[in-house]
Ligand binder design. Structure first.
Ligand SMILES: Cc1cc2nc3c(=O)[nH]c(=O)nc-3n(C[C@H](O)[C@H](O)[C@H](O)COP(=O)(O)OP(=O)(O)OC[C@H]3O[C@@H](n4cnc5c(N)ncnc54)[C@H](O)[C@@H]3O)c2cc1C
Ligand code: FES
Length: 285
């Protein structure tokens, strides 16, 4: 993990208040793995609370000018403007600088995840809203490993369903859902997921899910009901992101101190059966 100052190379607006921030930082880009995240700090503010956790959405070679396939040099962050920090991010322009603490967390692919994905008949990506940002790198890595994949993506309206095209090369099918019916199935993404799970008896599936807490709980309940394993990537509020403040702790299966884990250091990705769901979970801020 490195704490650097990185130069903004782009900040492209998409629909629904979403943008893609691109920053140049070759060392951090080359160290990053699918499922890891960064803390982005807006410079020029003494407010240390102005660091915001963002999934590493994509990694791209920088422009090395010789046309050759270069190592990753730029990191992309797909984000939605929801408050003060993300509004400041939206104002960044090429040439500006940001503080970048990255890569953080232990990503999707510790060896056991990859082994589980390879052993499955299919990996199902389940994204709610901006949760899609955590899933592009895993989809690419799994495609390179020859794993069959499908994407289930839900949002409030069609404007929330950003980045779908990026997944096309990696997934056999994309199933969309919107709460207001403006795109895809009307309703929650978990409705679409359940129909699919029902239609695949006897198949071994691995679910990778990222989105709001309620969506994750519903996805995990479905995984349990249909006897499938599920990895969840959590987006809790964070303070330090270094394992010190304990502000991101969640309840997990265990006794005493072992009943709590930090999303920033032990996560953000967890096996769903390891997490305590429902009323016994800590309050989510
Ligand atoms: C590991 C991790 C990865 C993340 N990846 C992304 C990403 O790739 N793209 C992205 O847009 N967002 C991501 N988030 C959420 C993002 O960090 C928050 O949206 C952001 O911190 C909000 O900052 P703000 O100052 O704009 O909003 P605030 O003023 O702090 O809050 C505005 C509103 O957003 C809600 N909010 C704040 N933080 C979160 C949060 N962590 N999760 C859900 N709701 C929140 C608040 O409850 C409030 O309603 C991630 C969070 C974590 C922990
Ligand atoms: S955010 Fe401080 S311990 Fe995780």
């Amino acid at each position: 993990m490195l704490d650097t100052i990185a130069t903004v190379t782009g900040n492209r607006p998409l629909t629904g208040g979403h943008l893609i921030l691109s920053v140049l930082s070759p060392e951090q880009a080359q160290a990053a793995r699918p499922g890891q995240f960064a803390m982005i700090r807006i410079l020029g503010h003494s407010d240390v609370l102005l660091r915001r956790p963002m999934s590493i959405y994509d990694l791209r070679p920088g422009d090395n000018g010789d046309g050759e396939q270069a190592k990753p040099a730029e990191l992309d962050f797909l984000y939605k403007v929801v408050g003060r920090g993300t509004a400041m991010m939206a104002a960044l322009k090429p040439g500006d600088e940001v503080g970048l603490l990255a890569p953080l967390g232990h990503g999707f692919f510790a060896e056991d995840y990859l082994a589980e994905a390879r052993a499955a008949d299919e990996v199902l990506h389940v994204a709610g809203g901006i949760g899609i940002a955590a899933l592009l790198l895993p989809a690419r890595e799994l495609a390179a490993a020859g794993v069959q994949q499908r994407l289930f993506f839900g949002g409030r309206t069609d404007a929330d369903l950003v980045g779908v095209n990026e997944f096309q090369p990696y997934v056999a099918e994309t199933l969309l859902a919107t709460e207001n019916g403006t795109l895809g199935h009307r309703g929650y993404v978990t409705g679409t997921l359940e129909s699919y799970l029902k239609s695949q008896p006897g198949k071994r599936l691995l679910i990778l899910a990222c989105g709001p807490w309620g969506m994750l709980e519903a996805t995990v309940a479905l995984a349990r009901r249909y006897g499938q394993r599920c990895l969840v990537s959590m987006e809790n509020r964070m303070g330090c992101a270094l394992g010190v403040c304990l502000g991101c702790s969640i309840r997990v299966r265990g006794e005493g101190h072992a009943a709590y884990e930090r999303v920033c250091t032990e996560g953000p990705v967890f096996w769903s059966e390891h997490v305590v769901w429902g009323a016994d979970q800590l309050p989510k801020t």
